[in-house]
Ligand binder design. Structure first.
Ligand SMILES: [Zn+2]
Length: 139
């Protein structure tokens, strides 16, 4: 299943080129052409799904099953000190291509990529309240 308007589906169909690093029946990994660091790779499912919450468990398992090998290969090939695996889910989370993708981003001390990580605190009882709401949604 592909979406003709989707740039990642066009890559999957071979309609636009990509520098591929790993292909399976369920997914594709290729070099990001706008890398945050050299060796920045994208991992996508082979069928069009907009956000990760809409993926099947089997589809997600197939894709994430490739992560250890892919992250290890990126680390070994680039010599980076660490890797961020980043999945932006939805436009509010800076997802720009609406086809699920994981960024594998090589990291080194002092590199140019920074997070704004404004860790907060819960008021009394709120953490349990939210956990219960999430547990109920899981059922
Ligand atoms: Zn797509």
């Amino acid at each position: 299943m592909t979406d003709p308007a989707c740039i990642f589906c066009k890559i999957l169909e071979g309609d636009i080129p990509a520098v591929k690093v790993l292909e399976s029946p369920d997914c594709l990994a290729f070099m990001d052409i706008g890398p945050l660091a050299e060796g920045h790779v994208l991992l996508i499912p082979a069928s069009h799904v907009e956000t990760i919450d809409k993926m099947s468990a089997a589809g997600a398992a197939a894709m994430l099953g490739l992560l250890p090998r892919l992250v290890g290969a990126v680390q070994a090939a680039t010599g980076c000190a660490g890797v961020n695996v980043l999945q932006n889910n939805g436009p509010a989370a800076h997802q720009e291509v609406m086809h699920v993708h994981f960024h594998i981003i090589p990291r080194n001390p002092g590199d140019a990529f920074h997070f704004n990580w404004p860790a907060g605190k819960y008021p009394n009882g709120r953490i349990e309240e939210l956990a219960e709401a999430i547990r109920q949604e899981l059922d």
